[in-house]
Write a protein that binds this ligand. Sequence first.
Ligand SMILES: [Zn+2]
Ligand SMILES: [Zn+2]
Length: 331
Amino acid sequence: MNLIRSLWVMAALSTFCVPAIADPVPRPIDIHWNQGAADCRKTPQPPLQVFQYDPQTYILRESPCATFEAPFMYVLIGTDRALMIDTGDVADPTLMPLARTVMGLLPGQGAAKLPLLVVHTHGHLDHRAGDPQFQALPNVQVVGTDLQHVKQYFGFNHWPDGVDHIDLGHRVVDVIPTPGHYPSHVSYYDRNTALFFSGDFFMPARLIIDNTAEDIASAKRVAEFIRNRPVTYVLGGHIEVDANGDTFDFGSTYHPNEHVLQLDKQDLMGLPAIVGQFNGFYNQRGMYVMMNQYRVLAAQLAALLLIVAGVVVMIWRFVRHRRRRRRAMGN
Ligand SMILES: [Zn+2]
Ligand SMILES: [Zn+2]
């Protein structure tokens, strides 16, 4: 009995003495992203940049000259399959050799090529325009972006609550609902690298918030999720500010002195406080410009209608005045 007890104690001690798995260490992201140009025709540039973060992780970016959106995409390689997050803003493979480039990054040749799962942070076109390049390829599955597809594929029964997982083989990626920018927006957390992929939910760019209540709830949900987890970097969908935090003009193909892509855990933990100050229309906190694009668009349309109405009234008054003068001269 004593022997059994001492064996049990030794087993328990050995369990407690197993050294904890060290938190992933942030690796340097030492790449200068292509800054585009004011006149892209005079400055031809490669359409796509690829950065190898580690042997199994790639960051891709479409050049600001290929599309002013200049979105980022990510490739994560496991032992059973690879994951691609977002497919960018350019459909034409002759202009944007996305699928060819990504398939070239995956291990294996021909039928032995590692299978690829293509998912998205959300359904805005600048994150899924490249889907057709992948849809016809063998061993590639592309997941839809509407809420029904996202809920169904990941198995969210109580959207937006709960966290799902994608198992790539010795690499598990968590899927966290983050609606607010887009109804079916999700973020991804890679347990191996502790990278958090936030799409357009959080990034050094305009934060377009179409549903404030959902966005605040998502920010709180994410803060709760990462509270006790390591986060090496938060990687979003775009960069739209410079190193001083000033926003580039909307639609600009020129991004001089661009802010770095990566944000950190503290930035993401602070998001509930930032979004909590959103006025529902347009305002800025630090480098984050927050806007509801539909309301801003409606206001711009209303302003345009007012200007048109004002011009019509002026023309009508001018015509009436001339008629009166003619009549007076005729008399
Ligand atoms: Zn978006
Ligand atoms: Zn976007």
